[in-house]
Design a protein around this ligand. Structure first.
Ligand code: SF4
Length: 380
């Protein structure tokens, strides 16, 4: 039986929450959930720490959580235990004009418990850099031939850029289907911000490395490319990466195979091509989960993705041997900023009618971003 804990009459500053023990914070979080009922939805990304995930109504990867946000129009608030771009996506999808109109003008409040929970990859492509690149590309090739594709791990302004230019958003689950959609419409793709997901996906489609080039946003000379290289490119990859997945190295695969005979190497496509080439299986977070869930007892895995997810997989499948592929800790430090103290603080303020850390994408950006997101949601 749960112990009743009264809601604080007026929640205090975050500094009041920091010293509280986890058990107290967890009880207060559950009390808010109980009192708010269906008015509140807590979304938790797979990379989130266990203590936080325990309070999520839905757990998933970026794609599943965006679908969830798109489908939930009966709640008053979404608290997103993920990173900034995910909360922006939830705001855009949950507050599409038709949905707001159907609710009589009421918006769903989207909260990110800690505003410092960003994404280093998303930060590698700023909108002014993408606009400059587009203008520079236009001096060499016809931009009408290019479909811009942004990974969902990007700011809303980049999704809006794609919306304006006939482009689309992708996730690691649907990147190949999205690239096929893009190539059905144009000869070339500008893929940002993750060069690795773009390269690894294009290669699975049989696109040769010689038909790809990398755009360095810090190089004023055509992103470090010759006009001839750009004219010959089908895929122009933005020079960005995930600092977590970049930590996995090909030599980690070699040493795991040597030390754990029979191990299967399973990695995320944000890893470099050199790591992917040495792996047995490559796929999104959901794909990784599915592989382990479906494997027989005794299967040995060396998994190259975020640490919290890998640890949880090991704990949930004690009959299998789950190893973390890297000898060094690779965790998403920004996502880790969302802890019980921030979750409790933001929930109690939300319930009290004084929400903190509200994510609100401006209407103009949201209008174009939703076009690119809806194209993605329509791709099977
Ligand atoms: S794991 Fe990498 S891409 Fe994902 S949120 Fe963290 S920094 Fe961004």
């Amino acid at each position: 039986m749960s112990t009743h804990v009264a809601a604080p009459p007026s929640p205090g500053p975050f500094s009041d929450y920091r010293p509280l023990p986890d058990a107290v914070l967890a009880a207060r979080i559950e009390e808010v959930r109980r009192r708010m009922g269906r008015r509140l939805v807590i979304l938790g990304h797979h990379y989130q720490q266990d203590g936080v995930i325990a309070h999520a109504d839905f757990q998933g990867d970026s794609y599943q959580l965006s679908r969830s946000a798109a489908e939930r129009d009966d709640c008053e608030a979404i608290v997103f235990c993920g990173v900034h771009f995910m909360a922006e996506t939830a705001d855009i999808l949950a507050n599409r004009p038709a949905k707001v109109a159907a609710r009589g003008g009421r918006r769903v409040t989207v909260v990110l418990p800690d505003m410092a929970a960003g994404c280093s990859m998303a930060d590698m492509a700023a909108i002014h850099q993408v606009e400059d690149a587009w203008a520079d590309l236009g001096t060499v090739i016809d931009t009408a031939e290019i479909t811009p594709v942004t990974y969902i791990n990007s700011a809303a302004s980049l999704k809006a850029f794609c919306g304006r230019h006939g482009g689309i958003v992708c996730t690691s689950s649907n990147a190949r289907a999205v690239l096929e959609w893009a190539f059905a419409r144009g000869r070339r793709v500008l893929f940002f911000p993750d060069q690795h997901l773009g390269r690894n996906t294009a290669r699975t489609m049989g696109i040769d490395l010689g038909e790809m080039c990398v755009w360095n946003p810090h190089d004023p000379e055509l992103g470090g490319n010759t006009p001839a290289a750009l004219r010959g490119a089908r895929v122009i990859l933005w020079q960005g990466h995930c600092s977590v997945h970049a930590m996995f190295r090909p030599e980690h695969v070699d040493s795991m195979r040597k030390n754990v005979p029979g191990v299967k190497i399973l990695v995320h496509p944000e890893c470099s091509m050199e790591v992917v080439d040495k792996a047995d299986l490559v796929g999104s977070t959901s794909f990784i989960l599915r592989q382990v869930e479906q494997a027989p007892p005794g299967t040995k895995w060396g998994i190259g993705t975020e640490l919290h997810l890998v640890r949880r997989l090991g704990a949930n499948h004690p009959g299998q041997e789950v190893h973390f592929l890297s000898p060094v800790v690779c965790m998403c430090a920004t996502m880790y900023r969302i802890d019980l103290a921030h979750l409790c603080w933001s929930l109690e303020h939300l319930e009290a009618g004084s929400p903190v850390n509200v994510i609100r994408v401006d209407d103009e950006t949201a209008r174009f971003a939703v076009e690119a997101l809806e194209r993605m949601l329509a791709v099977k």
